[in-house]
Design a protein around this ligand. Structure first.
Ligand code: PLP
Length: 324
């Protein structure tokens, strides 16, 4: 995606599209689903693009000094991508994560030499929680560069510059529907804006958790999908600045159990090991692909990361069942 001579950064992007043929034929889908396999980025997720986009633009603006500390609040993948690219570029990194973040993600961040601070999930349910936590991130790290993935325009910009053009190129302009999950909104806003600039009638669809999969103060411990956030019925002031609602045509709700079931079906039908957020995206894609008005169309569904990053959640007891 970049002609820089930095080796790791040069490996970011240009991920392949794979058609879900067996999964599709089992469900009598009326159109093609192509998955964009973002776990083939060098640190294993779509967030490697965001991380490199943010670092690259900050370097170009002279905002980073050698050894600089990078900090952010992350659901894990941005932390992993930033930790890897920070290592490759000679920066330090420290990330604030929910205590429930998968142990695989936390271990990966440490492996790249970055630090983590875990925050009790209940703190995220308090009014104005994100502002409070972001205030803490900045207060505790004076002089650090706050990468600010929720509002930094470098995040959607990298998707307009890379993810969108790659999809356009690799479908020869044939993409009709884009489906993705929303964490910061960077993926959907940047990719969606680019694709709509090429094909104004293209539909942009996001997946969000259904009501039974959203934690509340009364039910704080419901099973959630990392990287899938509610975007309807949320006060717009509490949505990330990088989420551009004007680019989104439809929001499809998915319960966590359906996301996990779909991820497992795709592993068994296609040999594709996708994470639960991609399970939610593919659940939404299969609903869209079953609609008569979409007959013959091409859906591109973003597979943000790999299921290997969540295997301990798939088997909470720590040991897989003998046969499932
Ligand atoms: C697993 C996973 N899927 C999807 C997303 C959504 O990405 P974005 O922040 O670009 O909206 C994220 C982001 O946190 C994620 O971690």
């Amino acid at each position: 995606m970049d002609d820089s001579h930095d080796h790791l950064a040069a490996l970011v992007g240009n991920t392949p599209l794979l058609e879900l043929k067996r999964f599709g034929s089992r469900q009598d889908l009326l159109c093609r689903i192509l998955t964009k396999i973002e776990y083939l980025n060098p640190a294993g997720s779509i967030k490697d693009r965001t991380a490199w986009g943010i670092i690259r633009d900050a370097e170009a603006e002279g905002q980073l000094a050698p050894g600089q500390l990078l900090v952010d609040l992350t659901s894990g993948n941005t932390g992993i991508g930033l930790a890897a690219l920070a290592a490759a570029r000679g920066y330090r990194a420290k990330f604030y994560l929910r205590a429930s973040t998968s142990p695989e993600k936390v271990t990966l961040i440490h492996h790249y030499g970055a630090q983590t601070v875990l925050i009790d999930d209940a703190e995220f349910l308090e009014p104005g929680a994100l502002d409070t936590i972001i205030g803490r991130v900045q207060r505790e790290n004076p002089g650090a560069f706050y990468t600010n993935q929720r509002a930094n325009p470098a995040n959607p910009r990298v998707h307009s510059r890379t993810t969108g053009p790659e999809i356009w190129r690799d479908t020869a302009g044939g993409v009709d529907i884009l489906v993705a999950a929303v964490g910061t909104g960077g993926t959907i806003s940047g990719t969606g804006r680019y694709l709509k600039s090429r094909k104004p009638g293209l539909q942009v669809v996001v997946v969000e958790p259904a009501p039974g999969s959203v934690p509340t103060p009364e039910h704080p411990h419901v099973d959630t999908v990392e990287g899938v956030h509610k975007v309807t019925e949320v006060d717009p002031r509490h949505l990330p600045e990088n989420y551009d609602a004007s680019v989104v045509d439809e929001v499809i709700a998915c319960e966590t159990r359906d996301a996990r079931t779909t991820a497992r079906a795709v592993a068994r039908d296609e040999g594709l090991m996708v994470g639960p957020s991609s399970g939610a995206v593919l659940y939404a894609a299969s609903l869209l692909a079953g609609r008569r008005e979409n007959r013959g169309k091409t859906i591109v569904a973003i597979v943000a990361d790999s299921g290997e990053r969540y295997l301990s959640q798939a088997h909470p007891a720590g040991r897989p069942a003998a046969s499932a």
